[in-house]
Design a protein around this ligand. Structure first.
Ligand code: NAD
Length: 314
């Protein structure tokens, strides 16, 4: 059998699966879709993260494929229905990177509250030592609004409560006892936006959530409230967000995801990787690093190894 690894994943996966099959690691991590199509013909096990898109074309090019092990949570980059039709099992790692994403969310809440990135730059680049330029605000006593109160949302709420924050949440798919157990008040999305000082988004991207956070949601918010998106680009309408930030309608936007993410060096063939958001002071971005901790990578690796072995009776 053959296993193809197309992204940076824990080394234990290649070591363990290597005992049962030939393991090849793609030269380019991750490869573009066409590059993957050219490599996947005789592969039995594909190990990947969130790139590239695994659509019908890729699945049809994979003549021997039996298992796809996805070392992340979201599956919106895979045509899972078509994979199922072809008898290909798809495994992800739900929950195992939740704490990593939750801690990054708190990191960004603190960043937008205390401005340590511009403060650092002011000292090291501008050669200034001006403590009065960076007056922040504390999390204690503020209200956190969580949109999508699943594993990550609940963990963010749990940590936020330690900071002395009140937690309100919107998740129409959860029973009331989940909110009670997590000491959170269940509200509509409009109510959350109205009362929260921080709104953090932790729902999947699908037809229902695409563009869910837009000018209408922003219009409900306090002018100094900030929004955090550690979920998926496309849930937040970036154009509406840009207009609102520029006009001072809200306090800031921190995100780990963009609508058009470009894997690798950020350069597309004919243009620079750019968003007008990049020019704003009250905007903070990171390149989809929510799950990038050694702890999460190790736990996910072990989970995917177990799933692949179980699926292939190894
Ligand atoms: P989860 O399934 O445990 O929780 C998602 C919650 O969203 C569920 O409770 C669900 O009921 C709720 N939801 C679904 N549709 C909704 C809607 N229309 N309105 C409000 N709530 C809705 O998932 P999770 O582990 O908490 O992860 C949440 C999301 O975070 C994932 O879907 C993924 O896209 C994203 N994520 C990002 C990173 C990263 O690196 N930044 C890493 C892991 C996960």
């Amino acid at each position: 059998m053959k296993c193809l690894i197309i992204d940076v994943v824990h080394e234990a996966i290649a070591q363990e699966l290597g005992k049962y099959m030939e393991v090849k690691v793609s030269e380019k991590l991750p490869p573009a879709k066409d590059e993957l199509k050219a490599m996947i013909g005789d592969v039995d096990v594909l190990i990947m993260r969130v790139d590239p898109m695994i659509d019908k074309e890729v699945l049809d090019a994979a003549k021997n494929l039996k298992v796809i092990g996805v070392c992340s949570v979201g599956l919106n980059h895979i045509d899972t229905k078509y994979a199922e039709e072809k008898g290909i099992k798809v495994f992800n790692a739900p929950g195992l990177n939740g704490n990593a994403v939750a801690e990054l969310t708190i990191c960004k809440m603190l960043e937008l509250s205390r401005h340590t990135i511009p403060a650092h730059r002011d000292v090291t680049v501008n050669q200034k030592w001006d403590k009065y330029a960076f007056v922040g605000r504390e999390l204690r006593g503020k209200t956190l609004g969580v949109l999508g109160f699943g594993r990550i949302g609940q963990r963010v709420g749990e940590i936020a409560r330690v900071f002395g924050m009140k937690v309100v949440a919107y998740d129409p798919y959860l029973p009331a006892e989940i909110f009670t157990k997590n000491e959170a008040t269940s509200m509509s999305i409009a109510q959350v936006c109205e009362v929260a000082d921080f709104v953090t988004i932790h729902m999947p991207l699908n037809d229902e959530t695409r563009n869910l956070f837009n000018a209408t949601s922003i219009a409900e918010m306090k002018p100094d409230a900030v929004v955090l998106n550690m979920a998926r680009g496309g849930i937040v309408n970036e154009k509406d967000m840009y207009e609102a930030l520029k006009a001072g309608k809200i306090g800031g936007y921190a995100t780990d995801v963009l609508e058009n993410e470009v894997a690798g060096d950020g350069l597309t063939e004919d243009s620079r990787f750019y968003s007008p958001l990049f020019d704003l002071d009250n905007f903070v971005v990171s390149p989809h690093i929510g799950a990038q901790t050694v702890d999460a990578s190790r736990d996910i690796g072990q989970h995917i190894i177990a799933k692949v072995k179980e699926a292939l009776n190894l």
